[in-house]
Design a protein around this ligand. Structure first.
Ligand code: PH2
Ligand code: MG
Ligand code: MG
Length: 155
């Protein structure tokens, strides 16, 4: 069996009960086959960035998984769908968004999946929680660059 891979998943929600959806998703990710949640960040609140609707709740989880990246993505999308995720248009407000940020050191550029996530370096709602649990992965200059995007600690 393959060795576990360390991967990072960004969680976000701004419809329904966003904090509850993010907490439930952390549990569900830990229940995926061949997968455990190693650690997760605090929850953060922020205004929508290139999106609309209520404030978002965001977090990042570090996982160890034996699923390959495409199967992990498929499983994450099943969790999104079970949480009532609809996709009426790009960046629409959502009940749950689970984005695969990093999968070991892999670089993947397919139609369905890009890893590292192409926009992760621009977004405080990803970089701040990621730096909380994996400071070595976020260069300080990158954090400084997004520090103007308001983000408040939820719990
Ligand atoms: N996700 C987006 C677009 N905009 N803004 C915030 N604050 N949080 C998000 O998770 C988010 C967003 C697309 O996935
Ligand atoms: Mg997203
Ligand atoms: Mg997404």
């Amino acid at each position: 069996m393959r060795d576990p891979v360390t991967a990072y998943v960004a969680l976000g929600a701004n419809l329904g009960k966003p904090a509850q959806a993010v907490c439930d998703a952390l549990v569900q990710i830990g229940e995926l086959p061949e997968t455990k949640v190693v650690r997760h960040s605090s929850l953060y609140r922020s205004a929508p960035v290139d999106s609309s609707g209520p404030d978002y709740v965001n977090a990042v989880a570090e996982i160890a998984t034996r699923l390959d990246a495409v199967e992990l993505l498929r499983q994450l999308q099943l969790i999104e769908t079970a949480a009532g995720r609809e996709r009426p248009y790009r960046n629409a407000p959502r009940t749950l968004d689970l984005d695969l940020l990093l999968y070991g050191g892999a670089r993947i550029d397919s139609a369905r999946l890009q890893v590292p996530h192409p926009r992760m370096g621009e977004r405080a709602f990803v970089l701040v929680p990621l730096a909380e649990i994996a400071p070595g992965l976020v260069p300080p200059g990158q954090l400084d660059a997004v520090s103007g995007q308001g983000l408040t600690l939820l719990k």
